[in-house]
Design a protein around this ligand. Structure first.
Ligand code: NAD
Ligand code: DAU
Length: 341
């Protein structure tokens, strides 16, 4: 492994992963390939923009000739695919791009990996493919897939295509399924950046339904370390769950967020729930534990440090909040919040 194509690497997790790999492995070349949709942001990669082992190429993973050209140009031996449409609420409003990038785009990358005989194709997946998990249960890697949103269905479809390429063509694949990542550079549509920046502006926090849904809030750096381990020690053809083992209710996450900022509970507004909202995800991650990975950052620390990052980095989020995000916010929250938005 020497020349790694990080698709979707200008987004939240992909950028954190590119930064982590560029800094940890000076002998590897990290090539970020990204379409720069509304969620892609070159500011996320500023920390490494002058590093000699980092390169950026703009492109769509659905564009097969462009993907092939970049693979040839940089002698790519490994693809780590983060590229996707990633927000559940947007998938409910308009699923088309989720199917195009998530399903067709993954197919294009798999074909390229097969054609060029790459050493490894790694797919970044999600706990959402297992669907809503009842209390007392946790998902293991070979559980049936029961996605419930168009986003989750696009991710589950991609996983099935990856597995099919491994079984049918012997492609050296791995898949990882993490929980809710949080940390620097997450687009403002996701709950923690949205609620933190709203609270900083003394605006209401729109909590879907009763706010008793549970998520495993995971620091993005723990996730990056886990992907690194699977790339180096994971078994070909396998899937690895990467969770925290600790489910946090959204209302508890919001208390930590508000207390970190010293803001009042009176900012909380319960609004109309997300259709088909999954109440709970829970990952059993014994399989990656056996390779030697454990989460190092507790969910409480991850939430508080993430909130502090947004409080300290208004330069990063202010321009997003004043751009395309405003029209999305109106569509998603206008009727829910009424005159309070
Ligand atoms: P993000 O929305 O922040 O970034 C996605 C990136 O993909 C953007 O830079 C965007 O420009 C790029 N992209 C989109 N369509 C593309 C295309 N057709 N071609 C090339 N690039 C394209 O997403 P994220 O939160 O960083 O998530 C990254 C991956 O991790 C996704 O596959 C997502 O499903 C998965 N995941 C995310 C989380 C989470 O909590 N954020 C949890 C589990 C899994
Ligand atoms: O579980 C992994 C998934 O985590 C990833 O696969 C997705 O790409 C990522 O977006 C995330 O999905 P969620 O839907 O869990 O994340 P989101 O930040 O949108 O919401 C987290 C929780 O907060 C969820 O229970 C919904 C709730 N929420 C969210 C928003 C945006 C609210 O109550 N109000 C909101 O305004």
């Amino acid at each position: 492994m020497k020349n790694i194509l990080v698709t979707g690497g200008a987004g939240f997790i992909g950028a954190n992963f590119a930064i982590y790999m560029v800094q940890k492995y000076p002998a590897y070349n990290i090539i970020v390939y990204d379409k720069l949709t509304y969620a892609g942001n070159m500011d996320n990669l500023l920390e490494i923009s002058d590093e000699p082992n980092y390169h950026f190429e703009k492109g769509d993973i659905c564009d097969s000739p462009r993907v092939n050209k970049v693979i040839e140009q940089y002698k790519i031996d490994t693809i780590v695919n983060f590229a996707a449409e990633t927000h559940v609420d947007r998938s409910i409003l308009d699923p088309e791009a989720f199917v195009k990038t998530g399903v067709y785009g993954t197919y294009v990358l798999l074909e390229a990996a097969k054609q060029y005989g790459l050493e490894r194709y790694h797919q970044i997946s999600t706990d959402e493919v297992y669907g809503d998990i009842p209390e007392g249960q946790s998902s293991v890697e070979d559980d049936p897939l029961r996605p419930r949103s168009p986003y989750a269905a696009s991710k589950a479809s991609a996983d099935l295509m990856v597995q099919a390429y491994h079984v049918t063509y012997g492609l050296p694949t791995t898949i990882s399924r993490c929980s809710n990542n949080i940390g620097p550079y997450q687009y403002l549509e996701k709950v923690i950046p949205l609620f933190t920046t709203n609270a900083l502006e003394d605006k209401p926090l729109p909590v879907y339904g009763d706010g008793r849904q549970q998520r495993e809030y995971q620091h993005v750096l723990d996730h990056c370390r886990a992907i690194d381990l699977v790339l180096h020690k994971g078994a070909i053809g396998e899937i690895y769950n990467m969770g925290t083992g600790i489910e946090v209710e959204n209302m508890r996450m919001i208390e930590i967020l508000l207390d970190t900022l010293g803001k009042p509970r009176s900012l909380i507004r319960h609004v109309t729930d997300r259709p088909g909202h999954d109440r709970r995800y829970s990952l059993n991650f014994d399989k990656i534990r056996a390779l030697g990975w454990e989460p190092e950052i507790s969910p409480e620390e991850a939430i508080a440090s993430t909130v502090r990052w947004y409080a300290d980095n208004e330069w990063w989020w202010r321009k997003i909040k004043e751009g395309e995000f405003q029209s999305y916010y109106e569509v998603q929250y206008g009727a829910r919040l009424g005159s309070e938005k």
